[in-house]
Design a binder for this molecule. Structure first.
Ligand code: S3P
Length: 450
């Protein structure tokens, strides 16, 4: 993929209530990590439920370029890893397309090796800050050759013996935490990460599952300290990836907004570091039932039943942001239909996602007649419960800025607003949710693709 692929405009129209039971694709964060740790571990890793989106496929290709053997066997992915510490020097640049997670985590994983690795990505990824990962890597002794301002493309070369560090995260970022821990796998001694605000913990859970010597403790003030003993053995595992709550968010919000809706999304990841959206929607009055909660493969999972609900605006506290960081675009769309006003705080990190999501969302809402205001790190939206007057003029389309979640969010908006909502491009939805259009149509959504 990457630069130069053709844009595919799309449009949604007011739809009647959604109904049915669906499964969303596998969690993106867990899928990336499954390819990475499977590709590194000794022996065979078998992964089912993997997200086969472009972002994850690019991570798989990067692991292949560094010596992992990956094949498909029916619905499963079989990975034969190199063994910890035994990645091979890639002979080609590693292209991560649109994926910050793929690029940043692999920078940690491969950057400390004593060979050259070149990292590239599409126009969106090449605008995103990499310094947050490059800074701790430099402290481990990694040489960095980057384009101006620590943007991709970047070339990394590790020292003969990288140094273990104790690193306090300057931003609440699971990507930075994971990059440091994955680098620590190939560093002698103990690598320590201190996390002032808890972020998604899939790397820690999976490292423990693969046999790494990792310990965690959380202070009374919520600070978490994670210690990893480097250069231990990792052994291949069986992983069943649960459905991605960040993808489930789109049919979930659509069902809440459309009168008469009653849908069930089965097998959704319910890791508490990922459930901020559900909590927020419930505070807004959403009828979401958590059915059949279970613990499988080291993660909490449940089925979610959502029915149309009258939503009321609430204030979302800044501390909740890490547990729903990818869900603000679709929450902002839900906010356009609430009774009253919705305020979302602590959104600074939205400015450095696949697009500047805070600006992209505010622009898109305004284009569709929604009253909203964006500050440096907050967004306020005044809702119109019946969606009257909302939607764009036939000649106008929301600019998606190569951002899959902005695209899907505004397609959800068009299902509930009086007038249709068009987006300039839907092609990048394939990075995280290739089945989005078909799944939404199967529930009753009216979508037109160019
Ligand atoms: C991710 C962490 C989050 C999230 C991204 C996936 C991960 O990014 O936005 O989509 O898998 O670790 P940050 O860690 O930069 O907040």
């Amino acid at each position: 993929m990457s630069q130069g692929f053709a844009s595919k405009p799309a449009l949604t129209r007011k739809s009647s209530g959604l109904s049915g039971t669906v499964r969303v694709p596998g969690d993106k964060s867990i899928s990336h990590r499954a390819f990475m740790l499977g590709g590194l571990a000794s022996g065979e890793t078998r992964v089912t439920g993997l997200l086969e989106g472009e972002d994850v496929v690019n991570t798989g290709k990067a692991m292949q370029a560094m010596g992992a053997i990956i094949r498909q066997d029916g619905g499963a992915w079989i990975i034969n890893g190199t063994g910890n510490g035994a990645l091979l020097a890639p002979e080609i640049p590693l292209d991560f397309g649109n994926a910050g997670t793929g690029a940043r985590l692999t920078m940690g994983l491969a950057g400390v090796y004593d060979f050259d690795t070149v990292f590239t990505g599409d126009a969106s990824l090449s605008r995103r800050p990499m310094g947050r990962v490059l800074d701790p890597l430099r402290r481990m002794g990694v040489q960095v050759k980057a384009m101006e301002g620590d943007r991709l493309p970047v070339m990394l070369r590790g020292p003969e013996t990288p140094a273990p560090i104790r690193y306090t995260l300057p931003v609440a970022s699971a990507q930075v935490k994971s990059a440091v821990l994955l680098a620590g796998l190939n560093i002698p001694g103990v690598t320590t990460v201190i996390e002032p605000a808890i972020t998604r913990d899939h790397t820690e859970r999976m490292l423990i599952g693969f046999g790494a010597d990792l310990s965690e403790e959380t202070d009374t003030d919520g600070t978490r300290t994670i210690r990893l003993q480097g250069r231990g053995k990792l052994t291949g595992q069986t992983i069943d990836v649960p459905g991605d709550p960040s993808s489930a968010a789109f049919p979930l919000v659509a069902a809440l907004l459309l009168p008469g809706s009653d849908i069930t999304i089965s097998n959704v990841l319910m890791n508490p570091t990922r459930t901020g959206l559900i909590l927020t929607l419930q505070e807004m009055g959403a009828d979401i039932e958590i059915l059949n909660p279970r613990f499988t493969g080291g993660e909490d999972v449940a089925d979610l039943r959502a029915r149309h609900s009258e939503l009321t605006g609430v204030t979302v506290p800044a501390e909740r942001a890490p547990s729903m960081i990818d869900e603000y675009p679709v929450l902002a769309v839900a906010a356009a239909f609430v009774k009253g006003r919705m305020v979302m705080n602590g959104l600074r990190e939205l400015r450095v996602k696949e697009s500047d999501r805070l600006s992209a969302v505010a622009e898109g809402l305004k284009l569709n007649g929604v009253e909203c205001e964006a500050g440096k790190d907050w967004l306020s939206v005044t809702g119109r419960p019946d969606g009257k007057g909302l939607g764009c003029a036939a000649s106008e389309r929301v600019s998606t800025h190569l951002d899959h979640r902005v695209a899907m969010s505004f397609l959800v908006m068009g299902l509930a607003s009086e007038h249709p909502v068009g987006i300039d491009d839907s092609s990048m939805i394939a990075t995280s949710f290739p089945q989005f259009m078909a799944l939404m149509e199967s529930l009753g959504a009216k979508i037109e693709q160019a």
